[in-house]
Write a protein that binds this ligand. Structure first.
Ligand code: PXP
Length: 246
């Protein structure tokens, strides 16, 4: 099964914001991602608008629907965020538990503790035909809570996997790194949840994750992909990632 590549363009916005002018142009970058084969564009607007602004979220929504390319908006479901997402009407919203000051997402939801709030948010998005995904760690009780909440998918937080991947020298060590994901795959199948993954994925660690989770539907990748664009160019980088996802 082919896994979809959603390109997270936060860092492109960060470079633009450093100078105040519209360089690089985020809309043009997103259009080119689509031209070069990206299956999706992901943005993660933060309350302080340090990279993606609310205006970006609205402008980017004009590029969709686009056959073969989806819009995915990530964020903590504050009232402001929910309003923005309902306005932008993406294909998917990925809810993440990060507080406003956090540098980047570094853990999945405690879906048990936040069950009521997440159930309300998910219901609102689903009734507007927006697919919902919850950023989560591979813990059986959390996955069961995701199902009760009514989300369509989970996004595995892959930060720790990616962090330790360069240290794993043997197949056995690499297998150990994905053990917690692989162990919950039968439960996820039983619950009927789709699987996305993201965080710190790159050209080195992506193939092994994909092989280990054959039903992986989508990965969202930002930091490393933007780095690779500096070396290889966007036109080459997107196909390099996509080849690993076939
Ligand atoms: N998934 C989520 C929920 C994220 O918060 C991020 C970072 O914005 C990513 C995926 C992409 O991570 P990276 O930039 O490390 O590829």
């Amino acid at each position: 099964m082919t896994t979809k590549l959603s390109v997270n363009i936060n860092k492109v916005a960060l470079i633009r914001n450093a100078r105040g002018a519209n360089i690089p142009d985020l809309m043009e970058f997103a259009r080119k991602c689509q031209d070069y084969g990206a299956d999706g564009i992901t943005v993660h607007p933060r309350p302080d608008e340090r990279h993606i602004t609310r205006e970006d979220v609205r402008n980017l929504s004009k590029l969709f629907p686009n056959e073969g390319c989806e819009y995915n908006i990530e964020g903590y479901p504050t009232e402001d965020f929910i309003r923005l997402v309902l306005e932008a009407k993406p294909s998917q919203v990925t809810l993440v538990p990060d507080d406003p000051q956090q540098l980047t997402s570094d853990h999945g939801w405690d879906a048990i503790a936040h069950r009521d709030m997440l159930t309300e948010s998910v219901k609102e998005f689903r009734s507007n035909n927006i697919r919902t995904s919850l950023f989560i760690d591979p813990i059986p009780q959390q996955l069961e809570a995701v199902k009760q909440i009514g989300a369509d998918r989970i996004e595995f937080y892959t930060g720790p996997y990616a962090h330790d991947f360069p240290l794993a020298q043997s197949d056995e060590q690499r297998t150990q790194l994905v053990h917690s994901f692989v162990a919950v795959l039968p439960l996820i199948n039983e619950l009927g949840l789709g699987i996305n993954a993201g965080h710190d994925l790159n050209l080195d660690n992506l193939s092994f994750l994909k092989e280990s989770i054959p039903q992986l539907l989508e990965v969202s990748i930002g930091q490393a992909l933007v780095r690779d664009c500096l070396y290889f160019g966007l036109e080459n980088t997107i196909p390099m990632y996509k080849r690993l996802l076939c």
